[in-house]
Design a protein around this ligand. Structure first.
Ligand code: ADP
Length: 753
């Protein structure tokens, strides 16, 4: 018997050595790590046992025992880790660490077994025939070690049995079966040894035989069923964890395999009832044949099937459902982008068509009314005894035609300004120029304009302005006026009856040391309103809505896009609430700096007093003794300037270019020179410099006002820096021109009233 045991030990050690080599050779997965750990623990233990069997006294025996335990404490643990990994049973890291520490402590008590009785509390060396033996009784840690090993055994068995019964592939099932047999051999030997169920168990540790048998099963699993084959394991894992659902149906119409995604897609998979399985296979087949994408849990799968063959014989069918959600999402995105691009393109084409219409309409009006003025003049000129009544009628006609031309010109200017502003915003060149301004002036400007437009359309214009708003603000009055005018003009444009209201409020707050006002401007109308689906595209460029109803309303679809961008540039926000058919409310919020605590007061009352009282006429004046020179290469502009100043009785000389201006200024001293900037042979700046440098110096100190259509930001400052006294933007109106001239004429030559 002694010799038999020695033989078994040598066999086991050789087998374990072989397993170590195998797992070292193919070491690429955690499974192999655990197997190696287990084999090495066993190897050490068996070597210790061999040494124990050769011991002749207690000292030698205990030295061999310690050596053996260096491996033995880890055997159950490593095997358990291996089984859990093989059967994909997730062990929390904390459990692994806890068990590892417990085994370390146990080993420490074994190393001190002679002095510490935590593991053995009694030991005595004897010989039982040929077998050296240590009689002992266990201490607390001995029982702890036994309990832990029993837990490993029971849980390990459950895990393997579960994996074995859940596995559909026979080849893999065999692997589990071999492992189950290995664990059973070890377990049985352990139980026999622990409870000393047979006489041999009293002589030596029976687990050596259990391990030897277990080893045979494990080798079968490794070699025959390629348990350590990384590719097979990987394939198994990959297919299981694949995002594609895979279901294999064998030739006998049984579901032979399905992966995790398939289980998610068809929760009924795994149902063991034959009928249910048959129904499920039919459903799957139907889905695959239809070719339609399958939607589940927000994912989209496309079905496919292929025949499974081995050696040319059909053994089943693979049904797969590829997860194409990403692809679909991408397609949806592309579709959305394309729709957006088409929409932008369509809006742009529509914009060009609108633009052409918008520009042609006022030009038509200008040309048409101009022709009517010419005809009217011709009629008066050629009419023989034309009476005073007929003459008056002609003048009144001409006046009305001229008024129409004026308004057409105004529309053209708005369109062009919108386009310029918009291209500036698109190019990122729109600057916000903050300066001090009075809120009262801003509100007065816009209210005056809108009041007249609303009145002309028979609409009520209502004002509600918080009296406690601060009046002295710091911000870009020009841009805020532009935004308010746009929103209020729209309110008038898109309202046929009822009212347009301007409500102004504000919230004071501090930012750092700055006193701030969140200026809240609300414009309400009782007009056509906006459809809910249109609200979100309202601020898009070139977007005009509801063209069926609005086709006769003038507009470019740029106003709101510009306002939106301007508000954003000022750090504010703009929004709209609307009920289609009932009206709209636009709300704007813009942060402004407050410069002083002076309050706005009752703006509404002041405004109403203003419009009810005598009309605020521009300051009327005459200056018959004053003499000015107007320089412009365009004859019509010279005529316009002369015409606009006719009422002032100022003596006006005109020059068609720089050269002519130089000649005139050599002979005459002027009170003021209006100089066009962009002229063909000599720029206005050069003409001005040369006039100021003339030898006789008649006009060295004469103010020179630059007239130009260059209305971009900063133009005024640039011209003044170049030496001009002031700047006038073209096209100009009589009021502006007269006001500017009045500013620079010598006061003694001006007669007011
Ligand atoms: P437009 O020059 O066409 O007025 P906007 O950008 O100012 O361009 O406005 C875009 C579109 O928004 C308009 O064509 C109109 O359909 C709609 N809209 C703007 N304001 C109103 C409003 N107060 N009531 C109804 N529709 C409005």
């Amino acid at each position: 018997m002694y010799n038999f045991v020695i033989f078994v030990l040598y066999f086991t050690i050789a087998g374990l050595f072989f397993v170590c080599c195998l797992s070292l050779n193919r070491w690429s997965t955690r499974l192999q790590t655990y197997l190696f750990f287990s084999a090495v623990s066993n190897l050490i233990y068996d070597t210790g046992c061999l040494l124990e069997l050769h011991a002749t006294n207690e000292k030698e025996y205990i030295a061999a025992l310690k050596m053996g335990y260096l491996g033995r404490v880890w055997i159950g643990f490593s095997l358990f880790l291996f089984i859990a990994e093989l059967c994909r049973f997730k062990l929390p890291s904390l459990v692994k660490i806890g068990c590892g520490l417990a085994h370390l402590v146990i080993f420490a008590t074994i190393l001190t077994v002679e002095t510490c009785d935590l593991y053995y509390n009694y030991m005595e060396f004897t010989m039982d025939g040929d077998f050296p033996k240590l009689l002992h009784t266990g201490g607390p840690l001995y029982y702890l070690q036994t309990a832990i090993n029993l837990i490993y055994l029971v849980v390990g068995l459950v895990v393997i049995i579960r994996a074995l019964t859940g596995e559909k592939i026979a080849f893999i099932r065999n692997r589990y079966l071999m492992m189950l047999l290995a664990v059973i051999s070890i377990g049985v030997s352990y139980i026999f040894y622990f409870f000393k169920l047979i006489p041999l168990a009293r002589k030596f540790d029976l687990m050596i035989i259990g391990y030897a048998i277990g080893m045979i099963f494990m080798l079968v699993a490794i070699i025959k069923y390629r348990m350590l084959d990384a590719t097979a394991i990987a394939k198994n894992y990959v297919v299981d964890e694949l995002s594609e659902a895979v279901i294999v149906v064998d030739i006998a119409e049984n579901i032979a395999y399905f992966n995790n995604t398939a289980k998610e897609l068809f929760p009924a998979l795994g149902n063991r009832e034959k009928d249910a399985e048959k129904g499920l296979i039919d459903d799957i087949r139907f889905l695959v044949r239809s070719g339609e994408p399958v939607r589940s849990n927000g994912k989209i799968f496309t079905p496919k099937y292929s025949t499974l063959t081995t050696g040319g014989t059909e053994v089943g069918t693979i049904y797969s459902f590829a997860d194409v959600s990403e692809h679909y999402r991408y397609m949806d995105e592309l579709k959305e982008q394309k729709e957006k691009a088409d929409e932008a393109n369509r809006a742009k084409s529509q914009f060009l068509a609108n633009m052409s219409h918008e520009i042609r309409t006022p030009i038509n009006a200008v040309l048409g009314f101009n022709e009517m003025i010419v005809n009217e003049c011709d009629a008066v000129k050629s009419g023989t005894d034309i009476d005073a009544g007929r003459f008056k009628e002609s003048v009144s006609n001409i006046n009305s035609y001229a008024g129409n031309i004026q308004s057409a010109g105004g529309s053209l200017l708005t369109i062009i300004n919108d386009i310029l502003d918009f291209s500036k915003i698109e190019a990122g060149k729109m600057d916000i120029v903050n300066d001090r301004y009075r809120l009262g002036v801003l509100l007065n400007d816009v209210s005056n304009l809108i009041f007249i437009r609303a009145r002309d359309k028979g609409l009520k214009f209502e004002l509600d302005v918080d009296e406690t708003l601060p009046d002295n603000l710091f911000g870009d009055i020009v841009r805020i006026r532009q935004i308010m005018t746009n929103i209020l003009s729209n309110a008038v444009k898109y309202t046929e009856k009822g009212s347009v209201s301007l409500i102004v409020r504000g919230t004071r707050y501090t930012e750092g040391s700055e006193d701030m006002l969140r200026l809240q401007i609300e414009v309400r109308d009782t007009g056509i309103g906006i459809k809910p689906e249109d609200v979100e595209i309202l601020f898009n460029k070139f977007q005009r809505l509801d063209m069926r109803h609005n086709s006769t309303v003038e507009g470019t679809g740029l106003g709101l896009a510009i306002s939106d961008q301007l508000v954003k540039l000022m750090g504010g926000s703009i929004g709209v609430e609307s009920e289609y058919g009932a009206g709209s409310t636009f709300k704007i919020e813009i942060p402004q700096k407050v410069l002083s605590s002076e309050l706005l007061g009752n703006f509404k009352a002041a405004f109403e007093r203003g419009i009810a009282g005598p009309e605020h006429e521009k300051e009327q004046f005459k200056a018959p003794d004053a003499k000015i020179l107007v320089v412009d290469d365009t004859r019509t502009n010279l005529m316009v300037a002369k015409g606009l100043l006719k009422a002032t009785e100022i003596k006006i000389d005109t020059a068609g270019g720089g050269e002519e201006a130089l000649q005139l200024t050599e002979k005459e001293t002027y009170d003021l020179i209006l100089m066009d900037q962009r002229m063909p042979h000599m720029l206005g700046t050069e003409a001005m410099n040369r006039i100021r440098a003339q030898e006789n110096g008649l006009n060295r100190t004469t103010p020179v006002i630059c007239m130009t259509a260059d209305a971009i930001m900063g133009a005024k400052e640039r011209y003044i820096a170049e030496g001009f006294t002031d700047y006038l933007a073209k096209p100009m109106n009589a009021a502006e021109l007269q006001a500017k001239i009045l500013q620079y004429l010598p006061q003694e030559k001006v007669v007011k009233g």
